[in-house]
Each structure stands twice: as C-alpha cells, then as structure tokens.
Design a protein around this ligand. Sequence first.
Ligand SMILES: Cc1cc2nc3c(=O)[nH]c(=O)nc-3n(C[C@H](O)[C@H](O)[C@H](O)COP(=O)(O)OP(=O)(O)OC[C@H]3O[C@@H](n4cnc5c(N)ncnc54)[C@H](O)[C@@H]3O)c2cc1C
Length: 502
Amino acid sequence: MADEGDNIETDEMLTGDEYLAGLDDGREVWYDGERVGNVATHPAFAGAARTLAGLYDALHDPATSDALTFVDRFGHRTHRFFAPSYSAADLAASRDAIEVWQRMTYGWMGRTPDYKAAFMAQLAEGHDFYGDYGDNALAWYHKSASRVLFLNHVLIDPPVDRSAHRVDVRDVFVSLDNSDDNGIYVSGAKMVATGSALTHATFVAMNSGVAARMEPGRDDDMALVFIVDMDAPGVKLICRPSYEARAESPFEAPLASRFDENDAVLVFENTFVPWENVLVYRDVETAKGFYANSGFYNRYNLHSLTRLAVKLQFVAGLMIEGTRASGTDSFRGVQVATGEIVAMMETVWSLTTAMISDPEPSIGGTVVPRLQTAAAARLYSTNAWDRVRAIFESYLAGAPIYTVSSPKDLLNPELRPTIDRYYRGTGVDAEQRIKLFKLIWDALYSEFAGRSALYERNFAGNQEQQRLDALRWATQRGDVDRWCAMVADCMADYDLEGWVNR
Ligand SMILES: Cc1cc2nc3c(=O)[nH]c(=O)nc-3n(C[C@H](O)[C@H](O)[C@H](O)COP(=O)(O)OP(=O)(O)OC[C@H]3O[C@@H](n4cnc5c(N)ncnc54)[C@H](O)[C@@H]3O)c2cc1C
C-alpha cells in the first residue's frame, strides 16, 4: 500500500487544449464512407470534443479544481476518482468530483473520462492481482492518473451468435493471433466502444456473463485483458450515425449538438499490443475475476448512479417547466407524476450515499462500494429511465410535438406574428415555449434521446445478466444459505401437532 507523502508532487493533468490537440494523432476512424482526419474538428465529433475539453479545463479552474482534484499517495495531482479510495470520506470526495463534471453535462454523458477511472484507479494498489503483469498495471495507473487519461472500454462480443461457444466465433470475436518477445497480436471486433473516437486508449476485456462461461483449456486464447492506444496501427473504429452532425443548430438539438458520445464498433486487425499494455494473458481464472474482484464493478456503479441522479434532477426541472408552460402543473395528477420523478432521483442519490458511507474492503487496503449495494443500484438505475419516459409521455402528452420545424420559422417575419400568437404557453412567450419543448424533445423523444434510453437500459450488461449477477454474488457471500436457514427456522417452529417449543 502506498504511503502518504512519499513522493514529489507533480501536476501533469491535461488541459482542454492539450486534450483536443492529442486527438489529431492519425487514429483510424470511419464515418459516412470516409476516414476522418481530425476528430476534434470533424462535424460528427467536434461538439462532444469541445464539451470534453471543458471538463479538462475545469480540472485547472480555481472555481472547480479543489472539488475535482487532489494529490494522490504517489504525488500525482489528479481527478479524485482516478485515485483509489482508502476510506468512506475518500469515496464521498470522489462522488462529489464525479458530480461536478456531470453537472457540466447535465448527466447526459455516460462516458466522461472518470467512468473508466472506476477501473484504472484500482491498478494502483491492486496490481498484484495481475501476477506477472502487475508492473504493467501499476505503470498504467501512473500514466492514467497523472494525465487524467480518457479510456473507453469494450467488454461485449458482437451479437453474431450468442448460442455458440466463443471459440467457435473466433473469426469475429477478439482472440490471440500470436505473440513474440515484443508483445501480442490480436484480431476481432467488439460491440460497442462508447466515446472511443474521442479517447486516448481502449480497455479490452469481457463482461461477467461471458467470463462466467469461459473454461480453462478451451478459451485460453480469448482470456486476454489489455489496453490499446487509439492510434495503434490495426485499430479501426466504425461509427454509428452522429446525432450532432445531424443537429442543425443548438436551438434545434441543444443536447445532441454537444453531448453525443458516439458508439463505434471497434475492430482489431492483427493489432500489435506491446507486453507493457497486457494485464491478463491466456489466463481464464484471472480474466474471469477482473470484473468483480478488481473493484471495477463496485466503483462504476458509483459513477453511473451519481450521473443518473444529476440527470434525474435535470429531467425533474424539464417536467416542472414543461407542465408549467402547458398550465397543467397545478393539477393533482400532474403533481403526483412530478413527485414520482423527484422520489426516483432521491432514491438514486441515496444509493450513492449508501455506496460511499458503507463500503467494503478491496484490494491493497482500498475500499470500494459494497458489492450488494452496487448490484441493487445497477438494477434500479437501468430500469429507472423507462419510467421517466412513460411519465413524460403520459403527462406532457402531446405538448412536445407542438413546435415548429426549425428556428428559421421564428426568424421569418411573415410567419412570426402567427407563431407568437398561437404558440405561447402559460406565462411564457412563443419563442421561450418552443425553445423549452425543443430541449424536452431532444431529452426524451429525438434520435439522441432514443440512444440515451437504450444506453440507460443496457450499458451495464443485459437485463437478465444484471439479475443473475445479483443472485450469483448473494450465493457466493453465503446470503442465499442464510436466507434459506431463516425459512428452515420458521418451519421448525411447527409440525403436524402444532407449535414446537412454544
Ligand atoms: C448505447 C450503448 C452503448 C454501449 N456502450 C458500450 C461500451 O462502451 N462498452 C461495451 O463493452 N459495451 C457497450 N454496450 C453494449 C452493452 O454493454 C450491451 O448491449 C449489453 O451488455 C447487453 O448485451 P447485448 O446487447 O449483447 O445483449 P445480449 O447479451 O445478447 O442479451 C439480450 C438477451 O438475450 C438473451 N441472452 C443472451 N445471451 C444469453 C445466454 N448466453 N443465455 C441465455 N440467454 C441469453 C437474454 O434474454 C438477454 O436479455 C453499449 C450498448 C448500448 C446500447
């Protein structure tokens, strides 16, 4: 365990300009039939890149730097969640730092750079977990924490054949081609790498469901965990449509035009990975354990729940303003619906409080949120958004569709008087009402909103796996035996004759 105060303090955290400049590194990103030159200036990515640069600048801004950063036990000034936590107080400070960045995106970017810090921070004290590759793990901690690097992660195999063994889909799934003294060579695709075009490196492993089904001897060539720089030759990103590229103006798509974290399919084509970037090599047991045993699972849920709490505050605001503008906010049923969103937000926030204030010990003297709390939080949070959407659709009903085709309608002097008369709301003029409902549209109904809803439901694994994990981990902890023992105790209190010992 690192000792406090051993090291000289350094501040190498990237600024926004350094982050943007670093993206122009020749990475292979494909969009709309063409290879993208510089993602930082390309219309499909530039808005999101600027938002992320703003997060980096906040690390250095006196107004936010104290809440966001501190000096870790190795001497690096870093984002608080990029370093391991040794106490509940450390976890609380990490949550506050996550919250500061999330407020800058109103909770709409799931993969801000601190998301993968949920894993990278654990490499500091948990490097022994990786055995012969432990030095690589520690080196990656220093690299990631000191510069506040932005890593994406890919855990999921493409949906080409879920019924086959992974080894039978080697032509598509990521597997080892060969290795030499310098490193390993890998080929295969992963679904999907959110934010990857705008990151520094990708982290490659497998999710809990896949890991549980892996077997030593059969799956060794796929039991790999490694990190690849985005500009490494043989790394190809094939992007989904960009909603920010399609956004005609901020007035039209105020969220999509700045928070669209593109999800790309990531393909390796005999990609060289130097040994220093390998964490697990042909080791099924370690590959299986990384998800829960590294503390990643416990910590990423703290990040995602904090983000969701911020996002729910934002949509509570949208609901209140939207119903006010329609003059429905005083109705009892509408207040009931708004109150439900408020209670959902408070539930999510309370789960983060439980995660930070009642942690469990993890590797190397660190503490992480308790596994069972994280499992419960994961399940609640990935179903919450469906309810929000249902509430908006029932209580704002058709109001969000009562808008105009674009800001040009408002700018047209011939049409404007008609719009001003017929589009006003309760206490708001037509322009303000249309502006509000275009924001609501982008949050709940647009293509950007549809992707966001799909993300909320699936980003933490498929819905069945979330429940299976909760049960499996309860079984491993002995909880299942304890609960069954309660039932046995209860049944031992009586028999065919009546009460026993009572
Ligand atoms: C917007 C978005 C962003 C994402 N970003 C990332 C990312 O950055 N990194 C990343 O790694 N992943 C990412 N994902 C992928 C995400 O993690 C997966 O979509 C999620 O884990 C669900 O997996 P799946 O889609 O393959 O569904 P599946 O695993 O195919 O599950 C769908 C259903 O099929 C059935 N099923 C599947 N397999 C089995 C089985 N073996 N036995 C029995 N039933 C089965 C179950 O009923 C299950 O509910 C993202 C997804 C979305 C939608």
